[in-house]
Design a binder for this molecule. Structure first.
Ligand code: FES
Length: 56
């Protein structure tokens, strides 16, 4: 599933980022540029990040 359409960031990419040690939205933004364009994906990206961290 694509989370951030503007920057083509999938749920899978977020999962991989969490596996590599990312725990915060700011880190995710720096790494994948999630939410840096229109910003509409912010809440969805946050939810996916939370889910990934809960599973980790
Ligand atoms: Fe993520 Fe636009 S959908 S910045």
């Amino acid at each position: 599933m694509i989370v951030c359409v503007c920057n083509n960031v999938s749920e899978r990419k977020i999962r991989q980022a969490v596996d590599s040690g990312i725990t915060r939205m700011s880190e995710l933004r720096d790494e994948l540029e999630v939410g840096t364009c229109c910003g509409k994906c912010h809440s969805c990206a946050k939810r996916v990040l939370r889910e990934c961290l809960a599973e980790a």
